[in-house]
Design a protein around this ligand. Structure first.
Ligand SMILES: [Zn+2]
Length: 333
C-alpha cells in the first residue's frame, strides 16, 4: 500500500494523515474505524513506514529499505502491534501494561515510537482505562493508532481522546481494480468484487477454483436459457447439483445469475461500465436485444425470489429448478 492507493480508496483519511505527516503535526492518537476490508491495517502500516523509512521519496516510503521491511514484517523495535493473543476473546490489561512499560523508554532507534492496537474494541474495560491514562499524558514522540470495526463498543473517553478517521466501504470498481493490479484474472476479479466488497475476502475468492467453475456453469445456464435447442434443466441435474452442493454455494450461484440480468439491465440503461461480466459483452448485448428492460428487471426479481426461498431453507436443487422454469417462461413469452 502507498499513499496514492490509499487516497484512491480512502480519500479523507489519507488526506488527513498525509497532511499531518508532512507538517510534522501527527496527533498523539488516531482511531481508524470502519468495516472489515477497508484498509485500516494497511493504512496504519503505511503511516509507520512513512515515519521510519530510511529513503522516502516525495513523502512516499520506499517499501524496500530495512526499516520499511521490518515494519511490514512486524519486527521494527519502535513499532509495536497489540492484538488478540491466540484463543483469547479480549485484549487484557497485562498487554496494555507491557506496552506502557515499553514506551517508558525512549525509542530504541529514533526519537519516535508508534503502537497499533488492532480490534481495539476487544480491550477489557480495565485495559481501556490503563490505555486512557497513557494517551491522556503521552510521552513525546509517541503515536497511538487504534483500529476498530465497532467504534461504539469503546469507552467514550477513549474515543474523545483520539482523532477519529472513518474508513468507508470500497466500491465494487475499486475492489476489482485493486484485484487486477494484484494480478488476479480480470474476469474473476469482477465477479469476486461484486460478491464481496471486502478486499481480503475477494482475494480468497479469486484463489478458490470453485468460483471459476461456478461462474462457468452460470454462463452455460444463461446461454441455454436463451436457446431453445439445448434445454437448461438437464444442466441442473448433471452439474449444478454437484457444484452448488450446499446453501452457501447455491446463494453465491444465485448472486452470479443475478449479476447477469443486472448486466443486461445496465446495458439497457446505458451504464456499460457497471457490467460485471465484461468479457461476455457480445453475449450480453445479444441477449439484451431479446430481453427488454422491463423483462430484465423481472428476471432479476425472479432470482431474488429464489434467494428468499433458499433463505427459507428450501432445498437448493428445487430452488434452481423452479427458477429455471420461471426464467424460461419469461424469456420465451
Ligand atoms: Zn523505506
Amino acid at each position: 500500500m502507498n499513499w496514492q492507493t490509499l487516497s484512491e480508496h480512502q480519500k479523507k483519511a489519507a488526506r488527513v494523515l498525509r497532511h499531518a505527516v508532512r507538517r510534522g503535526e501527527l496527533a498523539h492518537a488516531y482511531l481508524l474505524e470502519g468495516p472489515k476490508g477497508t484498509g485500516k491495517r494497511q493504512a496504519a502500516m503505511l503511516l509507520a513506514q512513512t515515519l521510519f523509512c530510511e529513503k522516502p521519496r516525495d513523502g512516499e516510503p520506499c517499501l524496500d529499505c530495512r526499516n520499511c521491511r521490518r515494519v511490514a514484517s512486524g519486527n521494527h523495535p519502535d513499532v509495536i502491534w497489540v492484538r488478540l493473543e491466540e484463543n483469547a476473546a479480549t485484549i487484557k490489561k497485562d498487554q496494555i501494561a507491557r506496552l506502557i512499560k515499553e514506551f517508558a523508554y525512549r525509542g530504541v532507534e529514533s526519537a519516535q515510537k508508534m503502537f497499533i492496537i488492532e480490534d481495539a474494541e476487544k480491550m477489557t474495560v480495565q485495559a481501556e482505562n490503563s490505555l486512557l491514562k497513557f494517551i491522556e499524558e503521552p510521552y513525546p514522540g509517541t503515536h497511538a493508532l487504534l483500529i476498530t470495526e465497532h467504534m461504539h463498543q469503546l469507552l467514550d473517553t477513549i474515543i474523545s481522546r483520539c482523532q477519529v478517521l472513518t474508513f468507508v466501504p470500497l466500491s465494487v470498481e475499486a475492489v476489482a481494480r485493486r484485484l487486477i493490479e494484484d494480478n488476479q484474472p480480470p474476469h474473476l476479479a469482477r465477479i469476486a468484487a461484486a460478491l464481496t466488497q471486502d478486499y481480503e475476502e475477494a482475494v480468497a475468492l479469486c484463489r478458490d477454483e470453485w468460483i471459476a467453475d461456478a461462474r462457468a456453469l452460470v454462463l452455460q445456464l444463461v446461454q441455454r436459457l436463451h436457446k431453445s435447442s439445448e434445454p437448461a434443466l438437464p444442466l441442473l441435474y448433471e452439474k449444478f447439483s454437484l457444484n452448488f452442493d450446499n446453501q452457501q454455494r447455491t446463494a453465491v450461484g444465485l448472486d452470479m445469475l443475478l449479476f447477469w440480468y443486472r448486466d443486461i439491465l445496465s446495458l439497457h440503461v446505458g451504464r456499460p461500465k457497471a457490467v460485471v461480466y465484461s468479457d461476455q459483452l457480445d453475449t450480453l448485448k445479444d441477449q439484451a436485444l431479446r430481453l427488454s428492460e422491463s423483462r430484465s428487471v423481472q428476471a432479476m426479481s425472479l432470482v431474488l425470489d429464489a434467494r428468499k426461498r433458499l433463505d427459507a431453507h428450501v432445498n437448493g436443487l428445487s430452488v434452481w429448478e423452479q427458477l429455471v422454469i420461471r426464467l424460461g417462461g419469461l424469456i420465451t413469452a
